[in-house]
Ligand binder design. Sequence first.
Ligand code: S3P
Length: 189
Amino acid sequence: MTPSYDDSVRLLPPDALERSLALVGFMGIGKTTVGGELSSRLGWLFLDTDSLIETRSNMTVREIFDWFGEARFRELESEVVTVESARPQRILALGGGAFIQPANRDLLLERCVVVYLAAPWSHVSRSIHRLKNTRPLLRDRSLTQLHELFDARHTAYDQAHVRVSTPGRNPAQVANRILELIGLPFEAP
Ligand code: S3P
C-alpha cells in the first residue's frame, strides 16, 4: 500500500485533553520548532529529548554516539522518555529514533497524545543536509540508505494517535492544525 502522509486522526484516548503531547517524526521535520509553537499556545512546558540528554550527560548527542555508541544513547533516551512522559502539561519533541523503540512507543501511546509530523521523502530529503554535523545517523549513510531508513520508520511513526502533514504549512500553522485535530482549546499567541 502506498504510504500516506496526509492529516489523519486515529482513535484518540478518552483523556486526550489531559495528556502531554509528544511529537515524533524524521530528523529535520520540525519537531522542535512546532513544539515551541504548541508550548506558547497552551502555556505548557516545552522539552526536547536530545537537549535533555545533552544537559544531563554534559555531552552533545554526537559525542555520546562517538564515545559510547548508539546503544548507550538509546538507553539515555529511554530514561528521559520514561520520566518526562509521566508528567502532565508537557510538549515533548522526541529525537527521530525514540518512537522506533517498542518500549518507548508503548509508554508514549499509553501516557501522551502522540503526533506524527509527516511529509514524503521528496520533501524531507531536501532539509537533512544541513543537519549532517549534529546528527550522527546522517553522517555515514548515503541518500539511498537514508531513504530506506525513512521508509522503514514510517510504519512505526504511523502508530501515533494523530498524523499532521507539514508541507505547505509553516510551524505556526502545523501547531494550529494539531490542536484543531485533537480538539484542544488554545489562545493564539
Ligand atoms: C536521531 C534523531 C536525532 C537524535 C539522534 C538520533 C534518530 O534527533 O536523537 O541524532 O535516530 O533519528 P532529531 O530527530 O531531533 O534530529
